[in-house]
Each structure stands twice: as structure tokens, then as C-alpha cells.
Design a protein around this ligand. Structure first.
Ligand code: MN
Length: 200
């Protein structure tokens, strides 16, 4: 059975300073993301074992909940890291910029909407810009945890993690300042690549 692996960060831990500190990146990637990878693999193993005796004495519902939570955490963090880069930010260009303008009216309109969706996530979760192949349009989600209030079938393009582990060591309870600073490290080339791929 296949297992998940923790991807390397595509840059050094201190690359996103001063917007996101080295300490946060260290703990976030090496501890939190790793925990999602291990959690997803543990769930797969439990399912594998469960199949050996037709899931007798196995709480399949609990395992599936674990798999959904940890898999979604792994998947979204795998997008979140390359979504950022040193010297990022600014405005997108090319097809993704045209699509943002077409679907949200303007880049500024999108930015206010995405920031709002992200900073108002109840409890823990992340803001997501996703492409919806059903309607050929971009959607924003304020996802709770990793796996609630997401649109099935949509393709996440841009993820902003607003779990407390993503900002608390540096921004304390000021989530809005963190999200405002995060815009300075958005890697629009990566978002553009994901958008091109999502349309294939
Ligand atoms: Mn996180």
C-alpha cells in the first residue's frame, strides 16, 4: 500500500522572514505537517489491518475521520509551502489574473474577499482559492480544520493556513496582521501553474 511522505520545503526555513519567522516555519513544517503525514499513514495501516478480518472490532468511522483530517492536512500543507516564496506578493499576471478579474470583478475585490474568508474562519482552518471545473469559475472557501466547508471536486490553488501554529509565535492573537503580511510572500507563479493544470 502506498504511504505519504513529508515534502521538503522548497526554500530555507528563514526565507519568508520578516513576514513569517524561521521558528514558525521550523515547527510548522517539521512537527505539524509531519504529524498529518504520520496520521494519514496510520489510518491507512489501520484500514489495511481492518480488511484482514472484514473490519470486525474495528471502528471504521473513527479511522475514516482520521484519514480525512490528516490527509486533508497533508494535502493542503503540500500546496501551502510552494504557494509562498521570498520576495513574493504583488499582483498576479497572465491567465490567473484574467480569471480573477472575470470572476471577482477586480484583484482588489478578490483580495478583500479572500482575506475576509480567511480571517473569519471559526476556530482553526485555512482560506482557500479554488478552481471549480463544474462551473468554470474560481471560488473562495473559509475551510474549518482541514476538511470542513470545502467544495468537493474543486481544485485548491492558493491556501493560507490560519491555524494558530501558523502565526501565534510571531503575531500572537493578531490573525489579521499575519494574513496581511502573508500577502507579501504569495507565490503567484505557483498559483498560475496550478490554475493552468486545473483546466487540463
Ligand atoms: Mn498548518
Amino acid at each position: 500500500m502506498k504511504r505519504y511522505e513529508l515534502p521538503q520545503l522548497p526554500y530555507a526555513y528563514d526565507s519568508l522572514e520578516p513576514h513569517i519567522s524561521k521558528e514558525i516555519m521550523n515547527v510548522h513544517h517539521d512537527k505539524h505537517h509531519l504529524a498529518y503525514v504520520n496520521g494519514a499513514n496510520a489510518a491507512l495501516e489501520k484500514l489495511e489491518n481492518g480488511r484482514k478480518n472484514s473490519f470486525q472490532d474495528t471502528d471504521i468511522k473513527a479511522i475514516e475521520r482520521d484519514l480525512s483530517f490528516h490527509y486533508a492536512g497533508h494535502s493542503l500543507h503540500s500546496i501551502f509551502w510552494p504557494n509562498m516564496k521570498s520576495g513574493g506578493g504583488g499582483n498576479p499576471g497572465g491567465a490567473i489574473a484574467d480569471k480573477i478579474n472575470a470572476d471577482f470583478g477586480s484583484y482588489d475585490g478578490f483580495k478583500v474577499q479572500f482575506t475576509g474568508a480567511t480571517t473569519t474562519v471559526e476556530g482553526i482552518g485555512c482560506g482557500i482559492l479554488a478552481y471549480d471545473p463544474l462551473s468554470d469559475q474560481l471560488l473562495t472557501f473559509g475551510a474549518e480544520k482541514h476538511n470542513l466547508l470545502l467544495g468537493p471536486g474543486t481544485v485548491p490553488l492558493l491556501v493560507c493556513d490560519v491555524w494558530e501554529h501558523a502565526y501565534y509565535l510571531q503575531y500572537k492573537n493578531d490573525k489579521t496582521s499575519y494574513v496581511n503580511a502573508w500577502w507579501n510572500v504569495v507565490n503567484w507563479e505557483d498559483v498560475a501553474k496550478r490554475f493552468d493544470k486545473s483546466k487540463q
